[in-house]
Design a protein around this ligand. Structure first.
Ligand code: PLP
Length: 427
């Protein structure tokens, strides 16, 4: 694999942009090779500046469920381009996308558009605090909710202490209001509620975590979160920026039969353009400005290009209904990996749901953050290089999810499975 031009560009970029990238994970930190600079993409393929083609399992970190360059999405954007790209005034497209999402997410009565997932979660938390008039938030170790100050927090030392900043620049005074529990460990959540019975505004959780690799909720974990929130009069926030329209069409609420109070969305609902959204119960959403006192605004919020890309994507997903096929593709992958594993006497974990998956280099079940931490990271980085050289682009970290799109064919998936086989054979 020749990455010469990409290497030159990466060297130059590193002089102009911190780490050469506009989002850290793109820098391939900890991997053996430097990132390819992507020139174009079509379907499930991306092409770099050295003209290498890869099967893309990153899909812009989730959004491109219809594959790159979907004709309907492109046409819709082109049409809007001629009508205008931003007005800063209400548009029909915003109403249409809002109606579409409210129709699909049964628990949601109202929704507000923003420009990124980070903005969505920050705003949802401000709203939860403003509505409940309580201060503290519970988040889970290993769940990611964007880079808002109150969410860049890790557990303090000692089981029940308040959270501590996990980035310089986040004030300890802010971080201390975020409490950190363990995903899939309801007792860790109960303990935090017992310690702060009157002051927890809400829990924010990726109902299906994808940001420590894909994990699944175990033993009614989400139902139990709902019960605790009801008992202590706190809000339950499902962060479905990644899992929304990925794990299923109707969201985690339908999949697991648990109704959250607020939901954050992003990624797929922007069809590849910058979008986020938060929505929920009417009496909560009515607290947002201009009808309520909780302030939140955005110059480019509800941008018509993003709205039309998102709307076209959701309409197409509704009519194609590809979820069973996508899920079957990933199940097929799981079967192949299992076969390969047993051939080589390994038991590496492959977690998946809908069109999301992660292969963990850990022999056993991965249900919590501490399991992910035990993966063989050296082996992962070798695997990563091996796959890149085979023309297969996966996320450059064990803590990420992979995605399939409607454009991935059985040949693409077979090539990927064969490459895993060849990797284990030569390692
Ligand atoms: C990607 C992601 C975010 C952040 O979204 P951005 O658009 O990158 O700001 C928040 N929550 C989850 C679950 C995500 O996967």
């Amino acid at each position: 694999m020749n990455l010469q031009r990409s290497k030159e560009l990466f060297d130059k970029s590193q002089k102009c942009i911190p780490g050469g990238v506009n989002s850290p994970v793109r820098s391939f930190k900890g991997m053996e090779i430097s990132p390819p600079f992507i020139k174009s993409a079509e379907g499930c393929y991306i092409i770099d500046e050295d003209n290498n083609t890869y099967i893309d399992y990153v899909l812009s970190w989730g959004p491109m469920i219809l594959g790159h360059g979907d004709k309907d999405v492109k046409d819709a954007i082109g049409k809007q381009l001629n009508l205008g790209t931003s007005f800063g005034a209400p548009t029909l497209l915003e109403l249409q996308l809002a109606q579409e999402i409210l129709d699909i997410y049964e628990s949601m009565d109202m929704i507000r558009m923003v420009c990124s997932g980070t903005e969505a979660t920050m705003s949802a938390i401000r709203l939860a605090r403003g509505y409940s008039k309580k201060e503290k938030i519970i988040k889970f170790n290993g769940c990611y909710h964007g880079h808002g100050d109150c969410l860049l927090v890790e557990a303090g030392s000692g089981a029940l202490t308040h959270g501590e900043p996990n980035s310089p620049g986040v004030l300890a005074d802010i971080a201390k209001h975020t409490l950190v529990a363990e995903y899939n460990d309801i007792s860790s959540v109960e303990a935090l509620f017992k310690e702060n019975p009157d002051n927890i505004a809400g829990i924010i959780v990726e109902p299906i975590p994808g940001n420590m690799g894909v994990l699944l909720p175990q033993n009614d974990f989400l139902k139990n979160l709902r019960s605790l929130c009801d008992k202590y009069n706190s809000l339950l926030i499902f962060d479905e920026v990644m899992s929304g329209f990925r794990a299923s069409f109707n969201g985690a609420e339908k999949l697991f039969g648990v109704e959250p109070d607020l939901i954050t969305l992003g990624k797929v609902i922007g069809g590849g353009l910058p979008v986020g959204a938060y929505g929920g119960k009417r009496d909560i959403m009515k607290e947002i400005s201009p009808i309520g006192p909780v302030y939140q605004a955005g110059t480019l919020s509800g941008n018509p290009l993003a709205m039309t890309a998102g709307l076209t994507t959701l309409n197409k997903l509704k009519s194609l209904n590809p979820y069973q096929d996508l899920s079957n593709s990933v199940k097929e992958m799981a079967k192949d990996i299992k076969k390969t594993n047993s051939k080589f006497g390994k038991n590496y974990c492959f977690n998946h749901i809908g069109s999301m998956f992660t292969l963990f280099f850990y022999e056993g079940e991965v249900t919590k953050k501490s399991d992910v931490d035990k993966c063989d990271f050296t082996l992962f980085s070798k695997y990563f290089t091996f796959m890149m050289e085979r023309g297969i682009y996966i996320a450059p970290s064990q803590y990420e999810a992979g995605f399939v799109s409607v454009c991935h064919t059985s040949q693409d998936l077979e090539k990927t499975a064969k490459s895993y086989y060849d990797f284990l054979q030569q390692v």
